[in-house]
Design a binder for this molecule. Structure first.
Ligand code: HEC
Length: 146
């Protein structure tokens, strides 16, 4: 055990956290271990938290965050679109498709297989084939328009 960990345990024990019989600070009303109903963040507790070092960003750095998509962008027009809408929208919105960067055909192939094989999407094979074809003809680097 490292010295720091050991020190942490000693501090926890001193605070009464490791002994459910003795109410820890802020737990005067209950003996349920781990249930903290009220308490204070005093300097003693804060010192035990591991915190990341403050970042020193370049003064000239520029950050931009686009608007959070609150609507579902329409899928590209084309054969198979309705199948994608009905099958791929069962568990999550079709934004999951449009928010991806243009993906290679093999990746779409794998995505559809993962939805079916891993997540249990109930998509009959003929529809799955049409869906794969649709995704490949509208959402790869070569075919994606927007
Ligand atoms: C049975 C439910 C279900 C269906 C139906 C479904 N998905 Fe998913 N999909 C998931 C789950 C679960 C995740 C992972 C969600 C997360 O990580 O937030 C996911 C995530 C995704 C992602 C994000 C990338 C990833 O792999 O996590 C894409 C793209 C995606 N789905 C596409 C599709 C497409 C295309 C279809 C139609 C063929 C589809 N999904 C149908 C359950 C489903």
């Amino acid at each position: 055990m490292t010295g720091r960990r050991y020190l942490g345990l000693v501090l926890l024990a001193a605070a009464g956290v490791l002994d459910p019989g003795s109410p820890a600070r802020g737990q005067a009303t209950t003996n349920v271990p781990g249930l903290v109903q009220e308490g204070n963040y005093d300097a003693g507790n804060l010192g035990m938290q591991m915190q990341p070092a403050p970042q020193t960003d370049d003064a000239g750095a520029v950050y931009a965050v686009g608007p959070w998509p609150t609507y579902t962008p329409p899928l590209a027009d084309g054969e198979g679109r309705e199948l994608v809408q009905s099958f791929c929208g069962i568990c999550h919105s079709t934004t999951y498709i449009t928010m991806q960067p243009p993906l290679p055909s093999a990746t779409w192939e794998a995505e559809v297989n993962k939805m079916i094989g891993t997540f249990g999407a109930p998509i009959p094979e003929p529809s799955a084939q049409a869906i794969r074809a649709y995704l490949k003809s509208h959402y790869t680097p070569e075919t994606r328009k927007e």
